[in-house]
Design a protein around this ligand. Sequence first.
Ligand code: ATP
Length: 262
Amino acid sequence: MLSVQKVTKRFGGLTAVQGVSLEVNKGEIVGLIGPNGAGKSTFFNILTGIYKPNEGAILFEGKPIHTQKPFRIAKQGISRTFQNIRLLKEESVLENVKVGMFGQTRSGLWSALLGLTQAKKEEEMVTEKSMQILELVGLKGYEGEQAGSLSYGNQRRVEIARALVSNPKLLLLDEPIAGMNAHEIEEMGELISAIRTKNGTTVILIEHNVGMVVGLCDRIAVLDHGEKIADDKPDAIIANPAVIEAYIGKDEEAEVGLLAAH
Ligand SMILES: Nc1ncnc2c1ncn2[C@@H]1O[C@H](COP(=O)(O)OP(=O)(O)OP(=O)(O)O)[C@@H](O)[C@H]1O
């Protein structure tokens, strides 16, 4: 589904991502781990078109996307969440999810303003789809609540719902369990598995909690100083000396998780 080929991104004299390749198959859940500053978020920003790579290519379903603008990439079926929760906190949960369909509907501003039939139909369709997704992420009944009033874990669910409402083929999750308690982490793991099973969505997730990644992912790629140093099944990753070495002294949370998983 996704073929990242020797991608490099430089910021002035700093190489944030260096010659990284990654193949992702349809239906896989792939973890992307690495110490702070390893280049994980930059890699997501390259995939979604926020940054253009200086070198390399990215094919999505066989077509090059590294030259395309973010909205075009999104339209082809790549959706993401962000490290920091980005909700319209004053708006309802439903409105926040509907925002995820922006750019997917056909009616223009004028027809929307004039309330023409096409716009009305689309509005109904978007609401219905949003309600279905809210049920999938376990937020049925919360649609009328103000997004900012929800628990931290549920706000993350709203973000995922917003990313899912456009029916993405590939979902990129940037630290989906950051700041969550143990119970919320377990529930989020179950939700990500359910998204794959029920919707057939392929997932790449960045995460510092190695225990969670090991339990959830089919495969894990490890970045260190912008380079991919490992790409393997979870059991092999936690036994890989280069991975352990990369973490030691750099990321306490991940180091403890890695040793515990080991
Ligand atoms: N827009 C930018 N301009 C300049 N340098 C940047 C920019 N974005 C990222 N960097 C640098 O690139 C390197 C990789 O950063 P990145 O945020 O991708 O790492 P990360 O693995 O996601 O880290 P973390 O786990 O802390 O979120 C860092 O040295 C960072 O300071």
